[in-house]
Design a protein around this ligand. Structure first.
Ligand code: MN9
Length: 291
């Protein structure tokens, strides 16, 4: 596996919807181009941030295809995870057909599966997709908290390229990377990117990069150059913005930021609520000036 192709900053793309609640492919292409201009290495497509679990199979395919057509040279990772394993398998195959570089999945959610069942889910996806598999570790959302011993069982397997690591247990992140230095570990919480880097992360996948990837590309460069003081200043600046996004609701607020920047993102899909006028005002008056 080419390590270089997979390191750096990856935007966990938002999915824009039009007035009729359909995927807005024109706005999606524009968002992808804007992100390429900010220096991202590639995209994580139809993940949590892309509202994967609120999209139909056909919509997920449409998003995957639009991103591939707009950014054929970027490194593309398709999140194909689904509580319906059959859907995940179909999407794994589709990612391969489209020429994606890797696939990724959250652990199967809702039912309490045994670790053997979780392993079989991942193995079948990796074998069907015939692409490097990235385990998406996000215990607070998925309710599946794989431990170090379990994670090692994936990392020692040639079919698995690494982990998208969305947890603040940085000891475990370090242990995963130190045990398998050739595997890729992506930091998942943008507000803790610098912590992840200092414990061995190769890069990051995140939602706030949709409109401020340039800051994180810079943090990564500064870190690699050993300029930790400057990297820390930038992380703190980004965190001022992220704290406000959290106050409003991360994804709806991110879409509103982009709406104000001229990208037609619409709202997040029901059961997310549209932003109140008060929340819109906060985004405009407090977040926008910080970007
Ligand atoms: O993909 C994102 N995680 C979730 C990663 O959405 C659960 C992060 O980018 C967060 O949105 C971000 C704000 O907490 O770090």
């Amino acid at each position: 596996m080419e390590q270089k192709k997979f390191d750096g900053i990856f935007t966990a793309l938002l999915t824009p919807f039009d007035k009729n609640d359909c995927v807005n492919t024109k706005a999606l292409s524009e968002l992808v181009k804007f992100n390429l201009g900010m220096g991202v290495r590639g995209f994580y497509v139809t993940g949590s941030t892309g509202e994967a679990f609120l999209l139909s199979t056909e919509e997920r395919k449409l998003v995957m295809e639009t991103v591939r057509d707009t950014a054929p040279d970027a490194t593309l990772i398709a999140h194909i995870g689904s509580p319906r394993a059959k859907e995940a398998l179909e999407l794994a195959q589709y990612a391969k057909e489209l020429g994606y570089d890797a696939i990724s999945s959250v652990a199967p959610i809702y039912y309490k599966y045994s670790f053997d069942e979780i392993k079989n889910y991942y193995y079948r996806l990796a074998d069907t997709g015939e692409l490097p598999m990235l385990v998406y570790h996000i215990p607070t959302f998925s309710g599946v908290n794989l431990g170090l011993g379990e994670m090692r069982q994936f990392l020692c397997d040639d079919r698995f390229m690494g982990i998208k690591y969305t947890s603040n247990d940085f000891f475990m992140l370090e242990q995963c990377k130190s045990s398998f230095p050739d595997k890729i570990v992506y930091n998942g919480f943008d507000e803790m990117f610098l912590c992840g880097l200092s414990m061995g992360a190769d890069g990051a996948i995140g939602s706030t990069y949709n409109f401020m990837a340039d800051k994180f590309v810079k943090i990564h460069e500064l870190f690699k150059a050993g300029n930790i003081a400057e990297a820390q200043k930038l992380q703190i600046k980004a965190n001022e913005i992220i704290a406000l996004l959290c106050k409003v609701g991360v994804m709806p607020a991110e879409k509103e930021v982009l709406n104000l920047l001229g990208y037609d993102m619409g709202d997040c899909r029901h059961p997310f609520s549209p932003l109140s006028d008060e929340a819109k005002k906060l985004v405009k008056d407090q977040i926008l000036p910080l970007i």
